[in-house]
Every structure is written in structure tokens, then in C-alpha cells.
Design a binder for this molecule. Sequence first.
Ligand code: KIV
Ligand code: NA
Length: 263
Amino acid sequence: TKAVTVTSLQAMRNSGEKIAMLTCYDASFAALMDRCGVEVLLIGDSLGMVCQGHDSTLPVTLDDIAYHTASVARGNQTAFLVADMPFGSYATREDAFRNAVKLMQAGAQMVKLEGGTWLAETVRFLTERAIPVCAHIGLTPQSVHQFGGYKVQGKTVEAADQLKADALALQAAGAALVVLEAIPSALGKEVTELLTMPTIGIGAGPDCAGQVLVMHDMLGVFPGRKARFVKNFMEGQNSIEAAIRAYVAEVKKQSFPGPEHCF
Ligand code: KIV
Ligand code: NA
């Protein structure tokens, strides 16, 4: 199969084919997910919770993400690799550039940063310097202490308008992808239609251009409280490979997420 690129992801968005994305942290799962047709693998800072046992993503370091990115890159053949910029690694655009270079050199093909309009100049600084960017808005877990918990975002008219303005500013600054986390489905649909770049939802409704889940969540491994947007794809399957294939199939035919997974 042909390698997934920013160009092929944009073509999928334009043709309406849904993009299947999962988090991935090691070479064995990278090879398996790639074989199952997952188009995008995210080396997420969620590894702080699911791999390291922390209760937030804040303790994750750049070296942690670089280590897991290199592992995933060795196992992967055709999927597109996005690596999270950890908490505190992109406070200035110069910091962001220097740190993003390390992740790209570890094997990432794009970096993901959490934040709205304030980040636009950083996104421009990176994209001008050949570092593709995935934005992340809505419930941005690195801001958990500012939000006062993991809460659905964009629920008031003002918050929804701000989120739409943020999405447009990030796209104008050169972002090629955006993750929408924990927002009402109607807002996920609106933002998806407003933008030309693909939107990837996690708790953002079925109308996003693609979906993402944390692999431990969709395999029913993570012991914590299950978020509303999570579905355990091991149910009814007898192997991890079958569960991942079921996830890809349900994303493609838009039967995941169902109303029970949405806000
Ligand atoms: O770190 C992560 O796993 C993420 C996804 C949930 C989008 O950022
Ligand atoms: Na993340």
C-alpha cells in the first residue's frame, strides 16, 4: 500500500472518506495498526497516563515522546505519524521549533500542539520551517488545571464562537489537521464544514473528517473511568487485530461514534 501523506489525508477529507486514527506508542502495535488500515498513528502524551501511570499528561517530557516516536517509526510502514508536543515544550515559537525538530528527527511527520488563536504565530513559525502541524482544540488535556477538570468545551454560544475563530486562525496559520476533543456534535459538524483542513474528532460527533481514540481505551485495557466518547472494540471480537479492524470499519461507515458516545 501507498504511504499516507498530508496530501492523501486532504484528498480523503475532500472525497468524504473518513480518516481512522489511533494513538500508538510502540513498534509492535504500529505494525499491527498499519496492517489494519489505520491511516494516522498518534504518539500522544496520553502515554503519561496509559504507559507511565500518571494522572495527567503534564509530567511527560520531550525525551519520552521522542523515545516512543522512534519505536513507532521502526514498526510502521505506511501510516502517517503525528507526535504530541508535551506540556511546556512550545511556550515560545523558538522553543516550539527546537523541540519539534527533535520529534521530526525521531521519525514524526507532523507535530500536534494544544491551543487556540494564541498559538497561531507558533503554527506559522513551524510550518514556514517545514514542520507540518496538527492543532488540538476543545478539551485540551494539558490545560486540565486551568479548566478545573476534564470537561466538555464549547457549550455556550460564546465558547462555540471562540472555538470556530480559533480553528480558522490555526488553519490560516498553516495547520494541516485539527483534533477536536469533547465538544457538542453540532459544533463538531459546524467546524468541519467551516474548515478546508480535515478535522479529527474524539467526542466531537460523527461528522468530523476522521476519528481518534486512545488505543488502551478502545481495547478496554485502561482501568480508569471510561469517558463517554470511548467504545471498547474488544467486545464481540476475539483478537486485538479484529478489534482494530472493527474500529477502522466503523469509522469508515460512520457508525462510530454513535449517539451514546456524543455530547
Ligand atoms: O494524547 C493523546 O492521546 C491525544 C488524543 C486523545 C487526541 O492527544
Ligand atoms: Na495529547
